[in-house]
Design a protein around this ligand. Structure first.
Ligand code: SAM
Length: 258
């Protein structure tokens, strides 16, 4: 039997009710292309495969890769690799050639969740939906609105690219071994109105990083380098990064990139 490896963030889902809810949310169907990050021992994999013609698995743990290869299941492609380095854009392009909806799903290893979410942004143009289980605290930051103390760089950057919804909260008892933190499932759909060029996206990264560089300081200080070009209002000069709405950051990025 496989022993859970801490360094790969292995906490295996055990709760049938929660597994059922997550699979229902993913809503697998025959002309859909799905890649699951970190299948582990298959809590989601097996029920997903029942409703899909094809499922790709991306797993870093060599023993689990061998476990899945040995099963030799119909429709399953096992990829040994690190999700942080995997080319999701290329994956989605190759899969959608055959027409269909591309989804990335997984009960993610919590130690890499933020860098992985940022890594996936580069593939957002080709991926229709992402459904992930993450540490609840991270999901709360992802969906937080301006004015909330959870509103952060992660909130702005991800909300600029996706519509996101916290769908389900999951307690530690649903896993074996149990994590120390609560978990939550988030659904992410690329925004239909997304219209930033690469240059504008880089400007967004820059202005958001500067605004949040010292959370307690006013934008007068944090955005000093940009203030003139952005024509910040008196109110904005006195505001803090967490008080500014995502859409305003997007406007600023467009001005800076012009
Ligand atoms: N999906 C299973 C479940 O729900 O029971 C396992 C979830 S476990 C929290 C995370 C999984 O991601 C493990 O299978 C682990 O080996 C894998 N993993 C960890 N780091 C990874 C990485 N960088 N790339 C791909 N898979 C990774």
């Amino acid at each position: 039997m496989h022993r859970a490896r801490k360094r790969f963030g292995q906490n295996f889902l055990q709760d049938d009710g929660i597994i059922y809810s997550i699979v229902a949310l993913i809503n697998p169907g025959p002309d859909m292309h799905v890649i699951e990050i970190g299948p582990g021992l298959g809590a989601l994999t097996i029920p997903l495969l029942r409703n899909l013609d094809e499922l790709d698995l991306l797993e870093i743990d060599r023993d689990l890769v061998a476990y899945w290869n040995q099963k030799n299941l119909n429709g399953l492609t096992v990829i040994e690799g690190d999700a942080l380095k995997f080319d999701f854009l290329d994956w989605a392009k190759s899969r959608s050639e055959k027409n269909g909806f591309c989804k990335v799903v997984g009960n993610l290893p919590y130690n890499i969740s933020s860098p992985l979410l940022f890594h996936l942004v580069s593939a957002a143009s080709e991926i229709d939906e992402q459904v992930f289980m993450l540490q609840a605290e991270v999901v709360e930051r992802m969906v937080a609105k301006a004015g909330s103390s959870d509103f952060s760089r992660l909130s702005v950057m991800l909300q600029a690219r996706y519509d996101m919804e916290l769908v389900l909260e999951v307690p530690p008892e649903a896993f074996d071994p149990q994590p120390k933190v609560n978990s939550a499932v988030v659904r992410m759909i690329p925004r239909q109105d997304f219209d930033l060029s690469n240059t504008q996206w880089s400007a967004l990264e820059q202005v958001v990083a500067s605004a949040f560089s010292q959370r307690r300081k006013m934008l007068r200080t944090n955005l000093q380098a940009f203030a003139e070009r952005l024509s910040l209002t008196e109110l904005e000069l006195k505001a803090r990064a967490q008080d500014i709405a995502v859409e305003r950051y997007i406007e600023w990025a467009k001005v800076l990139a012009a």
